[in-house]
Design a protein around this ligand. Structure first.
Ligand SMILES: [Mg+2]
Length: 110
């Protein structure tokens, strides 16, 4: 599946297509879903739960849904978001990750 096709299919289930609704829903949903990932890890570390790969994969899917939603609210497709991220990383780490490039970088946009 192409990434923009995913975004189109994911947005079929959005309950509003107003930009501000998509942005707020996306941001809050991302917080919630990443919290679910963190909660699972917490339960594994401190409450004796088994590490559940399937659960985490499903949560990653939920994270993707909210990323797609937020991107739509920002009027950008996912392919563009990903391409911009890769371009930034190529500039920041031209030879792959290094501690020096991480610390001493010309532009600071996390
Ligand atoms: Mg979830």
């Amino acid at each position: 599946m192409e990434i923009n096709e995913y975004q189109r299919l994911a947005l079929r289930t959005a309950n509003s297509y107003e930009s501000w609704d998509l942005i707020i829903n996306g941001v809050l949903g991302l917080c919630g879903e990443t919290g679910e990932v963190a909660d699972h890890i917490k339960k594994c570390m401190f409450q004796g739960h088994e590490f559940d790969v399937e659960l985490l994969i499903q949560e990653l899917g939920d994270v993707c849904w909210y990323i797609a939603t937020l991107a739509k609210g920002l009027n950008v497709d996912l392919e563009t978001v990903m391409k911009m991220n890769i371009d930034k990383l190529k500039k920041r780490y031209p030879n792959g990750f290094s501690v020096e490039d991480s610390i001493y970088r010309p532009e600071v946009t996390d």
